[in-house]
Design a protein around this ligand. Sequence first.
Ligand code: CU
Length: 251
Amino acid sequence: MRKNKRVRFAIQTFLGLMVSIAVVQNVTAHTVLETPQVTELKRTANNIVIGHGCGESPVIGTSIVFPDGIDSKITAGADPHSGALSDFVTNWGNLIQLLQNRSVFTEQDEKTDNSGNVVGFWSGGGRGVAANLNAYIPFTVSAAVFEAGSCAKSVRFDVAIVDVCQITPISGFSDDVVSLWTPAVGSKYDGTPGGHAYDSPAFLTINRDLENNPLPDTCEEGLDVFVRPSAAQIDRDMPIIFNGIQVWPQP
Ligand SMILES: [Cu+2]
């Protein structure tokens, strides 16, 4: 009798443990895009999905940078591509638009380059996102157009995202302070190998509309193209500027 009770207790404890492991796995999903694959020639609504806090700390802001396509690192198939992104996508630049939504954070704005093209956005302030919950930061991607004569069948952009849990200078970064969902390209926001989010950017893949914009006959399989932001661009565009003042990271 006693032994039976002990066995039952052990089984219950084990099941309880399994449930809590399952829950933990659920909430540790990385920060990603809600819709990582979109189709050429279509405007799409999307969300940055904040996956979890920095350890136990709530997220108080997030900063997002898309490759500008100007000094980005482009790979076509397995080969580095030294030409322009417009060899594959003719209208990249200003396809991203932030949608206003104060339900997660109280402040938000777009980031633009010298030509006024949107290269990213940020959102922050207010009570923040509880460490165990997810949150959506909505934005749209306007219709991309693939170069008709190119062999590109998809173009994947690395999206650099930093979830901020505590405002510090870059020298104060750690897994309890920020989650660095950035490509490791040598920027100040790379983080350290072995860090929780190291070299785990979010991805936005635009697939060619093969019906309306078929591959030229000479292309055979078609090419997958990859676009990573440069270190210089991430360093320039990642900081959050609010009313003309850099509020994160602390200068
Ligand atoms: Cu994670």
